[in-house]
Design a protein around this ligand. Structure first.
Ligand SMILES: Nc1ncnc2c1ncn2[C@@H]1O[C@H](COP(=O)(O)OP(=O)(O)OP(=O)(O)O)[C@@H](O)[C@H]1O
Ligand SMILES: [Mg+2]
Length: 415
């Protein structure tokens, strides 16, 4: 079987590690991949914002299966283009990916199917949005409707902040089309949990829970990032909460997808807030998360490729999806300054004695150099979170490049 993974981050590197030795795979590509993956698969430098370019390659190579991992190509319908040409894919078609591609769609979907979420109001006119915030009670949450590189959510604590944010999103269009419409939401309080689920449109199978750390600095200080670390299982996600989520969120979402003929075959990501009034959905993503993927996939004992194919073929029901009952801790090493401006081009030194998921790296003269904000991540699994955490930080201490930084409190004390 010839297989390709679309994407170039740590998430895709972990998917690659999980499937690269699969006996069914004769050839494995990553499109475009990164320099840290080159020993494990063939990286093909295509423009993944152009579906036709990927289709052409897939046809030339006679690919049998394509794992479309990042949000942009999913929302832009890459799976539709490939499947319509007869190439099987893991990942939702455009009609399913809209759950992530439009926050307004997602909120209205939840409303239609009575899925608990924060109260919300939607706006396509800046003047009406401005008028609304004049009388709102703060904090409130303002979200650009479309994809915005994970930067489209602002928690406004004052009227001034809200006005400024609406100006930037709706008038100055800092996120382009994505911010022309916004959702304004009630501010919720509670612990957050990420639940990724395999879904084939008929069956939904939640994976192990996780908790990601979005802020740049220890103690959840600093700016929002794509994620600086993650642990699994999520310490707050109890059996009772799991039950509640199944009944009130996961199954109603699946029924909603079916009723609305949204073809969802891939990974459905539930961003949840555990509030005192029950669990609420903060957001859906239509793909694996990063670094949740690097955290939970090492615990997956079942055959990932088989499960992904079953999602595509709608035979997920027959799959056993088994996770080791251990703990996992993933820490991201980033470039100094991230998520703001940072310098690139510093050589990375690392031992070859453990697995590293590379993300923002490039190669020059046989040396790996940092080339992005989040540069790499390391994960350990162990019987206890404490042990997993110690092992991960022990590994991280053996990796260096100029200006590298990581959070030191991933998996540390939780209240
Ligand atoms: N209604 C809310 N109340 C409180 N906090 C919220 C609310 N909505 C979002 N947040 C906070 O903002 C973060 C980002 O929101 P959301 O997940 O909707 O955005 P996103 O940009 O799609 O994120 P991602 O990059 O993970 O896909 C959440 O993880 C949560 O911490
Ligand atoms: Mg999202």
């Amino acid at each position: 079987m010839k297989v390709a993974i679309i994407g170039s981050g740590g998430r895709e590197h972990m998917i690659l590690k999980k499937i690269k030795n699969h006996p069914k795979i004769s050839q494995l590509f990553v499109i475009p991949g990164n320099a840290g993956m080159r020993e494990e698969a063939k990286c093909v430098n295509l423009d993944i914002t152009r579906n036709e370019e990927v289709l052409k390659f897939a046809q030339e190579q006679k690919l049998d299966f394509v794992i479309v991992s990042p949000d942009n190509p999913l929302v832009a319908g890459m799976v539709d283009v490939l499947e319509d040409a007869g190439i099987a894919c893991f990942g939702p078609r455009k009609s399913g990916a809209i759950l992530e591609g439009s926050k307004i769609f997602a909120k209205n979907f939840m409303k239609r199917h009575s899925i608990p979420t924060a109260n919300f109001w939607t706006f396509d006119s800046v003047s009406r949005a401005m008028e609304f915030v004049q009388t709102a009670s703060f904090p409130i949450v303002i979200k650009a409707d479309g994809l915005a590189f994970g930067k489209g959510v602002v928690i406004a604590h004052t009227l001034d902040q809200a006005v400024q944010c609406l100006k930037e999103m709706m008038e100055e269009e800092i996120f382009g089309e994505s911010g022309k419409q916004v959702v304004i939401e009630e501010f919720l309080e509670g612990k957050e949990a990420s639940i990724l689920a395999f879904c084939d449109g008929k069956t939904i199978v939640p994976m192990m829970s996780s908790m990601d750390y979005k802020k740049a600095l220890d103690g959840n200080e600093g700016l929002n990032t794509g994620g600086m670390g993650c642990i699994a299982p999520n310490p707050y996600y109890t059996k009772e909460i799991e039950q509640e989520c199944m009944e009130k969120i996961f199954l109603p979402t699946l029924r909603g997808l079916q009723e609305e003929n949204m073809d969802f075959r891939g990974c459905l990501y539930f961003g949840l807030m555990l509030t005192k009034d029950g669990v609420k959905v903060i957001e859906y993503n239509c793909r694996f998360g990063d670094p949740e993927t690097q955290t939970i996939l090492p615990l997956l004992e079942s055959d990932l490729l088989e499960i992904m194919q079953s999602c595509a073929n709608q035979t997920l029901q027959k799959e056993q999806v088994i996770f080791a009952s251990q703990a996992s801790c993933c820490v991201v090493l980033a470039s100094n300054g991230y998520p703001k401006a940072f310098q690139t081009g510093y050589p990375i030194t690392y031992p070859l004695t453990f697995e590293i998921c590379f993300a923002g790296v490039k190669e020059e003269g046989g040396q790996l150099l940092n080339a992005g904000g989040r540069v790499l991540s390391v994960t350990s699994i162990a019987q206890t979170l404490q042990d997993a955490r110690e092992q991960t930080y022990q590994k991280i201490s053996q990796i260096s490049f100029e200006g590298s930084y990581c959070r030191t409190d991933i998996g540390g004390e939780v209240e």
